[in-house]
Write a protein that binds this ligand. Structure first.
Ligand SMILES: [Ca+2]
Ligand SMILES: [Ca+2]
Ligand SMILES: [Ca+2]
Length: 311
């Protein structure tokens, strides 16, 4: 299990760290743009039987051998799999990253790798409905406030339920992934520099980032954290569209990174840090874990520092 992370408030009462933060703040407030705007279902649900214990076994099997076994524990019984033609001994018959029952639930074909929930191979969470749900009306920047439950267009044209990123455990560490939300604007040069860096480019513009956050890129590549770029403004400062995500992706090719479009500018309106790029950290339950607080923490890059130090 993960050691509990220090909360932002705990960090800022630690004088020693405050000094470090202050100097980092001074060092790094160099490259953010002003925005120019005001500153302001459980797996077993796929089957027809109850699974109140959530372990993938249907109730007939809770106290002994199941009458209708689910050998691969993918939420479909062997009998159902026989009917569907899926492999009863493989959770993900077509090896597209999505379990057979999830594909059934979402209407994609569990026998065809090209038919999958997300073209980008983003995670899928069958338990996302059980989380505390944020909304455009209730979500705030306060610690543990859940991110709005919303869908966003990605660079492949899929509508992505952001809650599918919760508690994704298939990574090197076997621990749940945190998420960095990278709020970027199409018009913002430093946002593109940041995207260059995180997608692997080592240039004169990205050297200081790599030097300051030497482990962050590796943590993205190992899926210790999900780096989620949300484009919040187009080239003219207006609402972005799919073409912004597509062009961003064509410039900064990186298959680890979802590029989402904030079409209604809801993300910008709730989380606007006053400058771009701006980063904040969500925990594996989609709640705000770390947000740059006013004063010495009023720095768009502090979430990266947090990842560097604690994850
Ligand atoms: Ca099964
Ligand atoms: Ca299966
Ligand atoms: Ca499939």
């Amino acid at each position: 299990m993960l050691a509990p992370l220090p909360r932002a408030s705990e960090i800022f009462v630690n004088t020693h760290q405050l000094v470090i933060l202050t100097s980092i703040t001074a060092l790094l407030s160099i490259s953010a743009c002003d925005s120019g705007s005001d500153d302001a279902g459980l797996i077993a649900d796929a089957g027809s039987e109850e699974d109140s214990t959530g372990d993938g076994d249907t109730e007939t099997g809770e106290t002994g051998e199941p009458e209708d076994p689910d050998s691969d524990q993918d939420g479909l019984t062997d009998a159902q799999e026989a009917e569907l033609g899926t492999d009863p001994n493989k959770k993900d018959t077509d090896a597209d990253n999505y379990w057979d029952s999830w594909e059934l639930l979402e209407g994609t074909d569990p026998l065809d790798k090209a038919s999958r929930i997300y073209q980008g191979f983003w995670p899928y969470s069958p338990t996302k409905n059980e989380l505390p749900q944020g909304s455009w009306d209730t979500s705030t920047t306060e610690p543990l406030s859940p991110f709005p439950r919303a869908e966003f267009l990605d660079q492949h044209g899929d509508m992505v339920d952001i809650y599918d990123f919760n508690n994704f455990t298939i990574n090197e560490t076997g621990e749940p992934s945190y998420m960095i939300i990278d709020m970027s604007a199409q018009w913002c040069g430093p946002c593109h520099n940041m995207a260059e860096w995180i997608s692997g480019a080592d240039t004169a513009e990205t050297a200081s980032l790599q030097q300051t956050y030497p482990t962050v890129r590796d943590k993205v590549y190992s899926l210790r954290i999900w780096w989620i770029t949300v484009i919040v403004e187009d080239a003219g400062g207006g609402p972005p569209t799919l073409s912004d995500a597509e062009s961003w992706y064509s410039i900064h090719q990186d298959n680890h990174i979802p590029v989402l479009v904030d079409e209604t500018q809801g993300v910008r309106n709730i989380y606007n840090g006053g400058q771009y790029p701006f980063f904040f950290l969500l925990d594996p339950n989609m709640a705000v874990e770390y947000w740059g607080v006013p004063g010495p923490g009023d720095n768009p890059f502090l979430a990266l520092w947090f990842v560097e130090q604690y994850l």
